[in-house]
Design a protein around this ligand. Structure first.
Ligand code: XIL
Length: 474
């Protein structure tokens, strides 16, 4: 469950991505103590009694970095696709739960809550649905809900019963979906009643996008919830997808969540990601961090906000570039699983502390043919930290294959790394190039990063070497 446990299981880290491995050489590693555990999003959210969730693809769970982050950082999971209609009932009356069950058993094994997504949605429907008459479609919808919510009965904390049922723009009306066209306005109520019957313990949610602020679409859902509550139609929660654009978190997000909560339902952020043009600029990554902080803080400020779920772990597998060409970098770990500024912002928003990054002096360029220059950029919080190491090849010729050495002075332990294979023995650390970054031209710079733990003080390591020769510190 905890990332630092991985120190006792180095084999798990030998990932398909040739990501860094951290071998426990020499000293045995103790199990992490409670202060150590407090460095994860999961521990921070647990302490606040909120969900910190993530959408997962069960087929990625055998990828070590993906698995470690899912294990350590989240207390709720949702299937990104595996419980949708096309995945669970590809032919009428034939249910396939293999993928969905993989998500459910992963949640159960790790003691994580399971969120259900989604029972009725106009998208990712199997082809057979489109040919049905109104009577057949109604029955198919009710059978689908009974089949899927019934299968997961007692296992799901909450279901997105109905997804994206409302129209974009200012109309405040329903989306012109097959359900709306053939079944009329009553279909949402019928779906919720069927879901309650199939799994009486699951909370039942309506979920949508572009409803994060107060606008015609969110008000249409607000009116539906108010009507359901007045008439005793079962509904327990409203999901706000929050597929956002960098710099555009609605200023009234918190008050919008609060107005729904005041109707007597839970609210939650269900699919958070914050996209930007790719490749990401440092300025946009900083704005994105502030945006993530705003979203998490808005949820925490609303008592009935159950939590925040991000729509994936890593930018490597985010749905955004496929659907919004030229956009991406929307999640809190980058394509190499390095935590982004947004990760630190979520830590802070959840009550963890991050010490400011020390400013790094601009290195003066040494004459050619003279060794290497190191820039070390740490980012620390409580008892955890990440650091980026940049080493410039100041020599007159290119390097093919590198090993960077250094020494920690305060008991720091590296737990995972990226863009290098990192081994630690006692205080000594050795970082070897990955398959793709071994060549560094004369005057070029290599870089890698890692995440680790410290005992409260986190001085920069010393004694940097590049292929055995001492480097100066920039
Ligand atoms: C997306 C998935 O992330 C993609 O893998 C899939 O190809 C399409 O669906 N709103 C939702 C989610 O409710 O189910 C969508 O997920 C993203 C938008």
């Amino acid at each position: 469950m905890h990332p630092h446990r991985s120190r006792t299981r180095p084999a798990l880290l030998a990932g398909a991505l040739a990501l860094a491995t951290v071998a426990a050489v020499g000293l045995g590693f103790a199990r992490p103590g409670p202060a150590d555990a407090a460095t994860t999003l999961k521990a921070l959210a647990d302490a606040k009694g909120r969900d910190i969730g993530v959408a997962i693809d069960p087929n990625r769970l055998n990828e070590s970095a993906y698995r470690q982050i899912a294990d350590a950082e989240f207390n709720l999971v949702v299937a990104e696709n595996a419980m949708k209609w096309d995945a669970t009932e590809p032919n009428r009356g034939q249910f396939t739960f293999t993928q969905g069950d993989a998500v459910a058993s992963y949640a159960a094994a790790g003691g994580k809550r399971l969120y259900g997504h989604t029972l009725v949605w106009h998208s990712q429907l199997p082809g057979w649905v489109s040919g049905l008459s109104a009577t057949e479609l109604r029955q198919a919808m009710l059978d689908h809900i009974a089949g899927v919510a019934g299968h997961y009965r007692g296992k799901v904390a909450a279901w997105d019963v109905v997804n994206e049922a409302f129209a974009d723009g200012g109309s405040g009306g329903r989306r012109d979906s097959i359900f709306q066209q053939r079944l009329g306005d009553g279909w949402i109520e019928e779906a919720f009643r069927a879901a309650r019957a199939a799994d009486p313990a699951a909370k039942l949610c309506i979920n949508d996008y572009s409803t994060d602020g107060v606008n015609a679409k969110s008000t249409a859902i607000y009116n539906l919830v108010r009507d359901f509550k007045a008439r005793g139609v079962p509904i327990d929660c409203v999901g706000f997808q929050a597929h956002l654009i960098v710099g555009q978190v609605p200023g009234d997000l918190q008050s919008n969540l609060q107005r729904f909560a005041d109707l007597g339902v839970d609210v939650r952020i269900t699919e958070l990601d914050i996209r930007m043009p790719t490749p990401p600029s440092a300025a946009n990554l900083a704005t994105q961090a502030a945006d993530y902080r705003k979203v998490v803080s808005a949820c925490l400020a609303v008592t009935r906000c159950a939590g925040v779920t991000t729509w994936g772990i890593t930018d490597r597998y985010s749905w955004i570039p496929d659907v919004f060409p030229g956009q991406g970098a929307a999640l809190i770990w980058d394509e190499n699983y390095a935590p982004k500024p947004a990760y630190q912002a979520v830590v802070e928003a959840l009550g963890g502390t991050v010490t400011p990054t020390p400013t790094t002096p601009t290195p003066t360029t040494p004459p050619p043919g003279d060794g290497c220059t190191v820039t070390y950029v740490p980012n620390s919080w409580n008892t955890g930290f990440t650091a980026e190491v940049r080493v410039r090849n100041d020599g007159a010729s290119a390097i093919n294959g590198w090993t960077v050495g250094f020494t920690f002075g305060a008991g720091q332990r590296i737990t995972n790394a990226w863009n290098a294979t990192v081994t630690q023995s006692g205080t000594q650390v050795s970082a070897r190039n990955a398959s793709w970054n071994g060549s560094v031209p004369a005057g070029g710079t290599l870089s890698f990063g890692f995440q680790g733990t410290h005992g409260g003080s986190n001085p920069a390591p010393t004694g940097f070497t590049l292929n055995g020769s001492a480097c100066r510190t920039g």
